[in-house]
Design a protein around this ligand. Structure first.
Ligand code: C2E
Ligand code: MG
Ligand code: MG
Ligand code: MG
Length: 276
């Protein structure tokens, strides 16, 4: 009897595993056609300063497929990174985002900065600098007042650290600045943080969501202290509750982003959000 149950258990497990594997294969296969089938779109999440003014936004990618529905970027971005599709996808996102930034730059919306997530694989790709140069020539031939920020994450303390710093410095000369995303969740060492040419640090939402915990709160204070010492702009991501914002404001965080203010929204909605 027990054996029988056990076997059933294994069969169920296998079916679930099969479904998971099948879904991953579906994602991989269908993702490949996502651009040509026009299934990729961008949304924008407002960033707010201490005076409650909108300073800009983070650009976030969305993928809707008729068979799979909405697939979250946490799922498909790592797959795109592994298959190499991130290069094509990343370039598309970049061009779309630049086009929007150009429109905003000549508007009266008062947008100061726009952040774009860039995968390490994309940043380190041999054609990346050329791609950026081409995109900037196309959209910002006459300059751009809006500060364009590339958000990068601390991956396995890059084996190719020197090339990383080199690429980042070249991009800085193009007027791009850098933000360290999801700070505290990866492999970053403090020296990494000090040596990379970054201007901004984003405290990961996993810390913000646990601010009710005294130990977590003091950890966040430590992160803010470090960032201030390094003269970095501090962005808190995933701010959902008023008490979180109050605590972060006591610590003198610079920018706030989260559902408390707005979810990521479509371009027109964001423009309306700015006007309010
Ligand atoms: P991320 O760059 O750290 O982006 C922040 C994520 O937190 C977004 O999830 C955002 O929707 C979510 N978020 C913001 N405020 C709140 C909040 O108050 N509560 C909660 N629970 N979540 C909040 P999203 O859009 O699903 O993106 C997930 C991750 O996928 C991003 O994390 C980023 O690593 C990656 N990603 C998204 N768009 C792009 C892109 O265009 N390029 C690349 N390379 N990666 C992207
Ligand atoms: Mg980000
Ligand atoms: Mg983040
Ligand atoms: Mg994150």
């Amino acid at each position: 009897e027990a054996k029988h149950n056990g076997r059933d258990g294994i069969i169920v497990f296998n079916e679930e595993l099969c479904e998971l594997v099948q879904r991953k294969l579906d994602i991989e296969r269908l993702l490949h056609f996502a651009l040509e089938k026009d299934e990729i779109s961008l949304v924008y999440q407002p960033q707010i300063d201490e005076k409650n003014l909108v300073v800009g936004c983070e650009v976030l990618v969305r993928w809707h497929n008729e068979k799979l529905g909405f697939v979250p970027p946490d799922i498909f971005i790592p797959i795109a990174e592994n298959t190499g599709f991130i290069i094509e996808l990343g370039e598309y996102i970049l061009y779309e985002a630049f086009q929007t930034i150009k429109e905003w730059d000549t508007s009266d919306l008062g947008i100061k900065q726009v952040s774009i997530n860039i995968s390490m694989r994309q940043l380190m790709h041999q054609d990346f600098l050329n791609t950026i140069q081409r995109a900037m020539k196309k959209y910002f031939r006459y300059g751009c007042e809006i500060n364009i920020i590339f958000e990068i994450t601390e991956t396995s303390a890059s084996d190719d650290y020197r090339s990383l710093v080199r690429v980042m410095n070249i991009l800085k000369r193009y007027g791009i600045t850098f933000s360290m995303d999801d700070f505290g969740t990866g492999y970053s060492s403090l020296s990494y943080l000090r040596e990379l040419p970054i201007e901004e640090l984003k405290i990961d939402k996993s810390f913000i969501s646990q601010l009710a915990d005294v130990q977590q709160a003091s950890l966040v204070k430590t992160i803010v202290d470090i960032a201030k010492n390094l003269n970095l702009t501090i962005v808190a991501e995933g701010v959902e509750e008023e008490y979180q914002r109050e605590y972060l404001q006591e610590l003198d965080c610079d920018l706030y982003q989260g559902y408390l203010y707005s979810k990521p929204i479509k371009k027109e909605e964001f423009e309306n959000f700015c006007r309010k």
